[in-house]
Design a protein around this ligand. Sequence first.
Ligand code: NAG
Ligand code: NAG
Length: 342
Amino acid sequence: MPALKARRGFRAQPFRYFVIGFGLVFLTCYYLVHEPASSVRTRSKDAARNSTLGFQKILVLSKSPSWRTRGLKAAAAYTGLDVEIPVQSLPTPEFIQVFRDLGPAEGKHPGLGQAYNWLAHLDLVKYAIALDLETVLILEDDADWDVSIKHQMQLISSAVREFTFVDEEDETPYGKSWDILWIGHSGEPTDNNTRRIEFKDPSAPLEAEYTGWAKKYFHRFTPGTRVMQRSVNPVGTIGYALTKRGAKKVAIWAGKGEDEAYDIHLMHGCRSKDLSCLVVTPELMHHYVPPRDFGYVSEVAGVNGAGSRAEEDDFEKLMGSTPNVLHSTRCRVLFGSTCLRK
Ligand SMILES: *[C@@H]1O[C@H](CO)[C@@H](O)[C@H](O)[C@H]1NC(C)=O
Ligand SMILES: *[C@@H]1O[C@H](CO)[C@@H](O)[C@H](O)[C@H]1NC(C)=O
């Protein structure tokens, strides 16, 4: 009867087993109840560097495969990001016209290209809602970022958590007390009179390296830092995250047209505080732009009738530039180079 024997063996030193067992259970319970806040912080910071940068999904807005999406996929693979590029349906010309005409005639209305872009963004927001995502990061398909994006997002995680007073026990990288977190844009006049979190980031451009309309606000930074704060005037939906609450609010806020463009309308919502918006400046992401001497025009301007698409095929062979991103991932992976816009 081996089973009985084994049992007898066990019972030979019952007290010792009891003490060890009790000790283990006690230690486990103690750890669960008193888990040090620092290990929760470590977990949330680790999540910010995962393959979706701490969001539940990264969705990319794209009309069709092109040098934009191929470059984006190469950059995503290089930095270890999982991105999803959903197939988007084109609205009918009739629907576009109705959308453009919404609101009083004397008010603002989107141009044709702006209306297509607007509705495509709305489709992605609704897709995120349908998937019931806790958070989503939406990128435009010409977005570019620094090769250190994962480290950058860990700094953003700490800054957002501190800025929005995320509970120590909360393991999410960015908490939930915001609607839009704007990490890719083409400018924000950072305001140094409001509450803000300034943090050192070796990948932050210095004033001499920064280009764009927001350069005139650069004296409001300590060199070598970025700033997290409520947004005042963010322009350009190059890369923005939404919480579940934010996606639902944006679908309503931006679902009725009546403004010149989607990004401008979100900015108006941020400014009026209908939307709770956080912004990081200088931005982490910007549009990669093909060489300028080849008649490149943006997709929005292209739909509006500016420029020609004849040279699009050349764009994959010729290095362009990205403003304000010191070590462009696209240029590293496609051309083995940096390509900061001068
Ligand atoms: C990354 O972290 C976020 C937040 O914890 C999580 O929702 C997401 O599923 C993670 N991504 C992957 C690919 O595991
Ligand atoms: C804020 O910006 C102003 C210039 O706009 C500058 O004179 C001032 O020193 C800045 N304050 C801080 C705290 O950086």
